[in-house]
Design a protein around this ligand. Structure first.
Ligand code: MRU
Length: 322
């Protein structure tokens, strides 16, 4: 099952705001409804956002075929711009939009074919990341892994990046326990990752974000494995807020801090993490009063033991660049 796909002239997606209480699927028929779904995190996670961007352009093209050539182009490009701007940090969103848009001149069927290729490529990449990451971490004994946010099939179309590694390790019998950061403010760990791990029967414990560094310091975690929303050329990693303290704690404890992401999340046009726009979200997600609510943080390259993609393993902490 894919968390987002094309179905009968609509974009079908599982509404991640309703999980784990309800498994509710939405058929989105208007690109602006999809913009709204992206903003409120009904669909989220970098690879799934790439899929949403590409499918959104396909949806706009599908709906505009009755227009004149000029009207078609103008309508689809305007919808594409709104989709691209829906969230700023995960580079996959803009990439997915731009890939589908590049086929606009060939007609709506070509745009949809490109969007479908984005989904297929993300799904295939995750399988490869899972195998490569498991090979990297496997030590001949079951591991205790700490992860943050949600990086499973809900976030990555079909399989998962960091959670894909956990899944492959589990298939091989090498997972003892997964510590799942709650992931404030919207609880993608406690709601989504715990739900995915429970479905697989993987032993797991939710920990509140504030507890995670000291859980690592207690010596009961063998590796931290997280995803990414954008990886700069120098190996700096933007990921869900609360990732950076995990990297600090992992470095202090001498355990690996591994980032799992497809090549589509690597942004060589951004030299360092300082160039990555960090999304700020509504204070109402945190409190009724004033709040500063950054959705992501940047972990500096020197704290990143390895970046695992479908093609390569890069070691930023040894000075390797992407
Ligand atoms: O705000 P979200 O839920 O979209 O943030 C998602 C993350 O930070 C994930 O860790 C990242 O996108 C990798 S998803 C495989």
């Amino acid at each position: 099952v894919r968390c987002i796909d094309w179905a009968d002239g609509a974009v079908r997606l599982i509404d991640q705001t309703a999980l784990p209480d309800q498994e509710r699927w939405l058929d989105v028929t208007d690109p602006d409804e999809l913009v709204d779904a992206i903003r409120r995190l009904a669909v989220r996670g970098a690879p799934a956002l790439g899929a949403a961007g590409a499918l959104g352009v396909a949806l706009a093209a599908h709906r505009a075929t009755h227009l004149t050539a000029a009207g078609y182009e103008q309508t689809v490009r305007a919808a594409a711009a709104r989709l691209r701007d829906a969230r700023p940090t995960a580079v996959n969103l803009a990439r997915g939009v731009d890939r589908a848009l590049a086929r606009l001149g060939e007609g709506s069927a070509a745009v949809l074919a490109e969007a479908r290729a984005v989904l297929d490529e993300e799904a295939a990449a995750c399988r490869a990341i899972g195998e490569r990451g498991a090979d990297l971490l496997q030590q001949g004994r079951p591991l205790r892994i700490l992860t943050h946010c949600n990086t499973g099939w809900l976030a990555a179309v079909e399989w998962g990046t960091a959670l894909g590694i956990v899944t492959v390790l589990d298939e091989r019998g090498w997972v003892e326990r997964v510590y799942v950061d709650e992931t404030r403010p919207l609880l993608q760990g406690a709601r989504l990752t715990a739900w995915e791990l429970a479905a697989r029967g993987v032993d797991h414990r939710v920990v509140v974000d504030g507890a995670a560094p000291s859980v690592i310091a207690r010596g009961i975690v063998d590796a931290v494995v997280v995803g990414a929303d954008r990886i700069a050329a120098n190996g700096d990693v933007a990921n869900k807020i609360g990732t950076y303290p995990l990297a600090l704690a992992a470095a202090r404890a001498g355990i690996p801090f591994v980032v799992a992401a497809p090549e589509s999340t690597v942004d060589l046009t951004t030299a360092t993490g300082g160039g990555i726009e960090i999304e700020e979200r509504d204070p109402a997600e945190v409190t009724a009063g004033p709040a500063y609510n950054p959705a992501f943080d940047v972990t500096p390259a020197d704290l990143v033991t390895a970046v695992v993609t479908e093609r390569r393993t890069v070691r930023p902490s040894r000075g390797e660049t992407l």
